[in-house]
Design a protein around this ligand. Structure first.
Ligand SMILES: [Zn+2]
Length: 277
């Protein structure tokens, strides 16, 4: 069965120095990063994968996103980019979003949860534990205010069948297509990818398991500013690098069956969303 899957950018981020962050362009102009989310139309319900920045973040960025994120990542804060606005623009009722599947709960991925208070929020159990009981260092990345509406959490940790050699967890039993959590720990304690079956092929939302498309090439490379950011926000370097190696192998051996992308690469987003670079 083929599904309608929409690629949504739910938050444009413009940190300084295009050359250092995007790898090309100007030293003086800001860069462009996206918050790549998916809206999946299934016969049973709408399913959202990640939420980017939400309407409350746009209205109260200082309180919800914090000073450091605002200063460093320089979000555009455009209400039209929020998932709820884009879902309405597509002609859907946001209340039909019954399930949200999250790669992790960093503030630039979980901000939109409050726009869908009735949805079940599927998350890998170690990630939920980290977000609800953060260490001192983790308090900078998980913002309790984004969970103040008490999301309908559905923690998952039961392992399912192997998926191309990765362990997998079926997130939404009863759904007519497979939406799998694929543990890819390292960026955060419980970070996962989300694999979505579409006809005979798969999409793998890699979340923040990597930041730049060049990471998956046989000779991996990435812009130095982005590499620094990846290091600065990692939780476990060894696991992060190990999982990147596994993703690189997956890309090399199964590119015709699995389309892999990450959350913040604007070129991957443009390719999949069908918009010009
Ligand atoms: Zn992120």
């Amino acid at each position: 069965m083929s599904l309608r899957i929409h690629h949504l950018n739910c938050g444009t981020l413009c940190p300084s120095c295009e050359r250092l962050m995007n790898g090309t362009g100007s030293w003086s102009k800001p860069s462009t990063l996206v918050c790549h989310c998916l809206l999946i139309e299934t016969p049973e319900a709408l399913v959202l994968v990640d939420t980017g920045l939400g309407s409350l973040d746009i209205m109260a960025p200082k309180a919800r996103l914090g000073h450091v994120f605002k200063r460093l990542m320089r979000p555009q804060l455009n209400m039209a980019e929020t998932a709820i606005a884009q879902i309405r623009a597509l002609g859907h009722d946001p209340r039909d979003v019954r399930h949200i599947v999250t790669t992790h709960l960093d503030l630039d991925h979980a901000g939109g949860l409050a726009d869908f208070p009735e949805a079940s929020v599927h998350v890998y159990k170690p990630e939920l534990n980290a977000a609800l009981h953060p260490s001192l260092r983790e308090k900078a990345r998980y913002h309790a205010v984004q969970f103040a509406h008490q999301p309908k959490w559905v923690p998952h940790d039961e392992q399912g069948d192997s998926w191309f050699g990765f362990s997998s967890i079926r997130a939404i039993p009863g759904l007519s297509t497979d939406v799998l959590l694929i543990p890819l720990v390292g960026h955060t304690r419980g970070h996962t990818g989300v694999a979505v079956k579409n006809g005979g092929r798969w999409l793998l939302h890699g979340g923040d398991s990597y930041f730049y498309r060049g990471t998956l090439e046989p000779a991996p490379h990435m812009p130095p500013g982005l590499a620094l950011m990846e290091l600065a926000v990692q939780t476990d370097s060894r696991q992060r690098l190990h999982n990147q190696t596994r993703l690189r192998q997956l890309a090399a051996t199964h590119r015709d069956e699995v389309d892999i992308f990450c959350a913040h690469d604007p070129v991957e987003f443009a390719r999949l969303a069908g918009t010009p670079d």
